[in-house]
Design a protein around this ligand. Structure first.
Ligand code: AR6
Length: 171
Protein backbone atom coordinates (compact mmCIF):
# COMPACT_ATOMS: atom_id res chain seq x y z
CA UNK A 1 0.00 0.00 0.00
CA UNK A 2 1.34 3.43 -0.97
CA UNK A 3 0.00 6.71 0.44
CA UNK A 4 0.99 10.35 0.41
CA UNK A 5 0.45 12.97 3.09
CA UNK A 6 1.53 16.52 3.81
CA UNK A 7 3.29 17.25 7.08
CA UNK A 8 6.26 16.89 9.37
CA UNK A 9 7.79 13.43 9.24
CA UNK A 10 9.00 13.66 12.85
CA UNK A 11 5.37 13.54 14.01
CA UNK A 12 4.43 10.42 12.08
CA UNK A 13 2.92 7.55 14.04
CA UNK A 14 4.53 4.75 12.04
CA UNK A 15 6.95 1.93 12.76
CA UNK A 16 9.84 3.46 10.85
CA UNK A 17 10.70 6.89 9.49
CA UNK A 18 13.43 7.37 6.90
CA UNK A 19 15.99 10.14 7.28
CA UNK A 20 17.67 11.97 4.36
CA UNK A 21 21.07 11.94 6.04
CA UNK A 22 24.66 12.72 5.05
CA UNK A 23 27.54 10.25 4.67
CA UNK A 24 28.95 10.97 8.13
CA UNK A 25 25.58 10.40 9.85
CA UNK A 26 26.24 13.32 12.16
CA UNK A 27 23.00 15.22 11.71
CA UNK A 28 22.59 18.36 9.64
CA UNK A 29 19.90 20.71 8.37
CA UNK A 30 16.56 20.00 6.69
CA UNK A 31 14.71 16.85 7.62
CA UNK A 32 17.88 15.37 9.16
CA UNK A 33 18.12 18.23 11.66
CA UNK A 34 14.41 17.99 12.46
CA UNK A 35 14.65 14.24 13.12
CA UNK A 36 17.70 14.61 15.37
CA UNK A 37 16.03 17.41 17.35
CA UNK A 38 12.84 15.42 17.84
CA UNK A 39 14.58 12.12 18.64
CA UNK A 40 17.01 13.61 21.17
CA UNK A 41 20.76 13.35 21.76
CA UNK A 42 20.87 9.57 21.98
CA UNK A 43 20.15 9.31 18.26
CA UNK A 44 23.40 11.09 17.44
CA UNK A 45 25.28 8.88 19.89
CA UNK A 46 24.04 5.74 18.13
CA UNK A 47 24.70 7.24 14.68
CA UNK A 48 28.32 7.89 15.64
CA UNK A 49 28.83 4.15 16.19
CA UNK A 50 27.71 3.21 12.67
CA UNK A 51 30.81 4.22 10.72
CA UNK A 52 28.98 6.49 8.29
CA UNK A 53 26.90 5.48 5.30
CA UNK A 54 27.63 5.50 1.55
CA UNK A 55 25.36 7.26 -0.94
CA UNK A 56 22.47 4.96 -1.81
CA UNK A 57 23.00 2.77 1.27
CA UNK A 58 20.85 2.66 4.43
CA UNK A 59 21.42 2.02 8.14
CA UNK A 60 18.90 1.64 10.97
CA UNK A 61 18.80 3.02 14.52
CA UNK A 62 16.28 3.22 17.32
CA UNK A 63 13.74 6.05 17.26
CA UNK A 64 14.34 7.29 20.84
CA UNK A 65 11.89 10.16 21.58
CA UNK A 66 10.10 9.80 18.25
CA UNK A 67 6.82 7.96 17.92
CA UNK A 68 8.52 5.82 15.30
CA UNK A 69 10.34 2.82 16.76
CA UNK A 70 13.16 2.94 14.24
CA UNK A 71 14.87 5.44 11.95
CA UNK A 72 16.42 4.33 8.68
CA UNK A 73 19.19 6.72 7.67
CA UNK A 74 19.87 6.81 3.96
CA UNK A 75 22.11 9.14 2.00
CA UNK A 76 20.75 10.54 -1.24
CA UNK A 77 22.96 11.74 -4.09
CA UNK A 78 23.82 15.40 -4.57
CA UNK A 79 22.31 16.34 -7.96
CA UNK A 80 24.96 17.70 -10.29
CA UNK A 81 23.58 17.37 -13.83
CA UNK A 82 21.90 13.97 -14.02
CA UNK A 83 24.98 12.37 -15.59
CA UNK A 84 26.61 11.26 -12.37
CA UNK A 85 24.56 8.18 -11.63
CA UNK A 86 22.12 10.27 -9.62
CA UNK A 87 19.06 8.28 -10.72
CA UNK A 88 20.43 4.89 -9.74
CA UNK A 89 21.79 6.20 -6.46
CA UNK A 90 18.47 7.79 -5.50
CA UNK A 91 16.63 4.62 -6.45
CA UNK A 92 19.04 2.61 -4.27
CA UNK A 93 18.07 4.76 -1.25
CA UNK A 94 14.44 3.68 -1.53
CA UNK A 95 15.28 0.07 -2.38
CA UNK A 96 17.76 -0.40 0.45
CA UNK A 97 15.45 1.32 2.95
CA UNK A 98 12.61 -1.04 2.04
CA UNK A 99 14.93 -4.03 2.33
CA UNK A 100 15.92 -2.91 5.84
CA UNK A 101 12.29 -2.34 6.81
CA UNK A 102 11.39 -5.85 5.65
CA UNK A 103 14.34 -7.28 7.60
CA UNK A 104 13.06 -5.45 10.71
CA UNK A 105 9.57 -6.83 10.14
CA UNK A 106 10.80 -10.41 9.80
CA UNK A 107 13.21 -10.22 12.74
CA UNK A 108 10.43 -8.93 14.99
CA UNK A 109 7.79 -11.33 13.65
CA UNK A 110 5.50 -8.45 12.70
CA UNK A 111 2.66 -9.02 10.30
CA UNK A 112 2.94 -5.53 8.84
CA UNK A 113 5.31 -2.62 8.95
CA UNK A 114 4.68 1.06 8.12
CA UNK A 115 7.45 3.24 6.71
CA UNK A 116 7.36 7.02 6.14
CA UNK A 117 9.74 8.53 3.56
CA UNK A 118 10.68 12.18 3.10
CA UNK A 119 11.47 13.38 -0.44
CA UNK A 120 15.11 12.34 -0.36
CA UNK A 121 17.68 14.62 -2.08
CA UNK A 122 15.11 17.26 -3.04
CA UNK A 123 16.27 19.91 -0.55
CA UNK A 124 19.92 20.73 0.05
CA UNK A 125 20.96 18.06 -2.47
CA UNK A 126 18.97 19.84 -5.23
CA UNK A 127 17.40 16.89 -7.04
CA UNK A 128 14.65 18.20 -9.40
CA UNK A 129 11.42 17.41 -7.55
CA UNK A 130 9.40 15.90 -10.39
CA UNK A 131 12.13 13.51 -11.37
CA UNK A 132 12.86 12.53 -7.77
CA UNK A 133 9.16 11.86 -7.24
CA UNK A 134 9.01 9.53 -10.28
CA UNK A 135 12.07 7.60 -9.11
CA UNK A 136 10.75 7.32 -5.54
CA UNK A 137 7.32 6.10 -6.63
CA UNK A 138 8.62 3.63 -9.24
CA UNK A 139 11.24 2.14 -6.91
CA UNK A 140 8.83 1.75 -4.02
CA UNK A 141 6.22 0.14 -6.26
CA UNK A 142 8.78 -2.36 -7.54
CA UNK A 143 10.14 -3.30 -4.12
CA UNK A 144 7.16 -3.19 -1.79
CA UNK A 145 5.23 -6.27 -0.64
CA UNK A 146 1.72 -6.64 0.87
CA UNK A 147 3.14 -6.46 4.41
CA UNK A 148 4.71 -3.04 3.91
CA UNK A 149 2.85 0.26 3.95
CA UNK A 150 4.76 3.24 2.57
CA UNK A 151 3.76 6.83 3.22
CA UNK A 152 5.46 9.63 1.30
CA UNK A 153 5.54 12.66 3.58
CA UNK A 154 5.64 15.94 1.67
CA UNK A 155 6.60 19.20 3.30
CA UNK A 156 4.80 21.62 0.94
CA UNK A 157 1.48 21.79 -0.92
CA UNK A 158 3.16 21.69 -4.31
CA UNK A 159 5.27 18.64 -3.36
CA UNK A 160 2.11 16.95 -2.12
CA UNK A 161 0.27 17.67 -5.38
CA UNK A 162 3.15 16.27 -7.43
CA UNK A 163 2.99 12.99 -5.51
CA UNK A 164 -0.79 12.87 -5.57
CA UNK A 165 -0.79 13.27 -9.35
CA UNK A 166 1.88 10.60 -9.73
CA UNK A 167 -0.17 8.14 -7.70
CA UNK A 168 -3.38 8.95 -9.63
CA UNK A 169 -1.58 8.49 -12.97
CA UNK A 170 -0.60 5.00 -11.93
CA UNK A 171 -3.87 3.84 -10.34
N1 AR6 B 1 9.30 16.57 7.41
C1 AR6 B 1 9.19 16.16 6.13
N2 AR6 B 1 9.92 16.66 5.12
C2 AR6 B 1 10.83 17.61 5.42
C3 AR6 B 1 11.02 18.09 6.74
C4 AR6 B 1 10.20 17.53 7.76
N3 AR6 B 1 10.31 17.91 9.04
N4 AR6 B 1 12.00 19.03 6.71
C5 AR6 B 1 12.40 19.15 5.42
N5 AR6 B 1 11.69 18.30 4.64
P1 AR6 B 1 16.71 17.93 2.88
P2 AR6 B 1 18.48 16.33 1.11
C6 AR6 B 1 11.80 18.04 3.19
O1 AR6 B 1 17.48 19.17 2.55
O2 AR6 B 1 18.12 17.17 -0.07
C7 AR6 B 1 20.92 17.67 5.51
O3 AR6 B 1 21.71 18.72 6.02
C8 AR6 B 1 12.31 19.14 2.29
O4 AR6 B 1 11.28 20.03 1.94
O5 AR6 B 1 16.34 17.70 4.28
O6 AR6 B 1 18.49 14.84 0.94
C9 AR6 B 1 21.64 16.32 5.60
O7 AR6 B 1 22.48 16.23 6.72
C10 AR6 B 1 12.79 18.32 1.08
O8 AR6 B 1 11.70 18.06 0.18
O9 AR6 B 1 17.55 16.60 2.41
C11 AR6 B 1 22.42 16.29 4.30
O10 AR6 B 1 23.63 16.98 4.44
C12 AR6 B 1 13.21 16.99 1.68
O11 AR6 B 1 12.74 17.00 3.03
C13 AR6 B 1 21.52 17.01 3.33
O12 AR6 B 1 20.71 17.90 4.13
C14 AR6 B 1 14.70 16.72 1.67
O13 AR6 B 1 15.42 17.92 1.94
C15 AR6 B 1 20.60 16.07 2.59
O14 AR6 B 1 19.92 16.80 1.59
Amino acid sequence: MIEVCKGDITKMDVDIIVNAANKKLIGGGGVDGAIHRAAGKNLLEECKTLGGCEVGEAKMTLGYNLKAKRVIHTVGPYYKDGNHNEKELLSNCYKNSILLAEKYRLENSLENVSVAFPCISTGLYRYPFNEACSIAYKTVKENINPHIKVIFVCFSDSDYKTYENKIKEND
